[in-house]
Write a protein that binds this ligand. Structure first.
Ligand code: PAF
Length: 283
């Protein structure tokens, strides 16, 4: 496994004649890998000849008062996991090289970036779209894999890739959960044992909504009431948003269908967690 820090080196390998017809599959991450990332890497391994993982905590997708400085990092452990998953190249650029003095270009995906996390974290998806566009230009992947836990992020990246005619196939992979239902996330590392227990209210809320939907409930106001109720029973939980939206356009809905996504963002102590499910799909 090769570790590459320089953008020019990574790009040179990706466009070198020696690449021949070899397909590059790419898993962009901010590191502190967990089983969710490992599932992307294992799938990526089957979809390409060369598997590239990027580890980059992207400063421009964090707001001023967010957790950029304390975002968990462990490069050595990440590299061991990468090796075990069959990664060929780990690309670890520096922020100074990604955003040198004078940098002033950004990618904005308009409407679907605005609700949900876009409303709580203004500018977040501009940061995500910009870094992913840059990484695509550097790594030149044929296929890139992202987790569905960041549902809106995946929608934004799909839109950007289509709108800018980027020649990359985007693959969304199912959410990986702990045995008790908590969706895997690097931010789970912030939770104290008590908070870890409280965080289960997110997956409990998803189960409740799916049960009601399965029993025939289609009224979004009714589904919302029941879902919020589950989270509000947990004293440590502070709701950022609970929303039922069209799974493709992320537009508001009053009547749910099988493509409706239930998206949650809830603060447990200082830690903001997100989760989601599509009502017509298995959890
Ligand atoms: O999901 C993430 O880890 C990040 O948002 C991404 C896509 C790697 C961009 O920094």
């Amino acid at each position: 496994m090769q570790i590459i820090n320089s953008i020019m080196h990574m790009q040179a390998l990706a466009i070198a004649p020696e690449r021949g017809g070899r397909r590059i599959s790419f898993v962009p991450t901010m590191g502190f890998l967990h089983e969710g990332h490992a599932s992307l890497l294992r799938e990526g391994r089957t979809r390409g000849d060369v598997l590239v993982l990027s580890l980059f905590v992207n400063p421009i997708q964090f707001g001023q008062h967010e957790d950029l400085d304390r975002y968990p990092r462990d490069m050595d452990r990440d590299c061991r996991i990468a090796e075990a998953c069959g990664v060929d190249i780990v690309f670890i650029p520096t922020a100074a090289e990604m955003y040198p003095a004078g940098f002033q270009t950004g990618v904005t995906v308009r409407d679907i970036s605005l609700p949900l996390c876009g409303s709580s974290r203004p500018g977040h998806f501009d940061g995500v779209a910009t870094v992913v566009a840059k990484l695509f230009n550097i790594v030149r992947p044929d296929v890139a894999l992202f987790g569905c836990k960041d549902y809106q992020q995946l929608a934004v990246i799909r839109r950007m890739t289509a709108d800018l005619n980027l020649p990359v196939e985007i693959v969304g992979m199912p959410i990986v959960r702990e045995s008790d239902g908590l969706a895997m996330s690097s931010r789970n590392a912030y939770l104290s044992p008590c908070e870890r227990q409280s965080a289960l209210c997110l997956s409990r809320a998803l189960v409740k909504a799916r049960e009601l939907f399965g029993a025939g409930e289609r009224s979004v106001p009714e589904l919302l009431l029941a879902t919020r109720g589950v989270i509000e029973q947990e004293s440590r939980a502070v709701i950022d948003y609970v929303e039922f939206r069209d799974g493709f356009l992320l537009s508001e809905q009053q009547v749910a269908d099988g493509n409706t996504v239930l998206a949650l963002a809830v603060k447990i102590g200082q830690t903001r967690l997100i989760d989601n499910c599509v009502l017509g799909e298995e959890l």
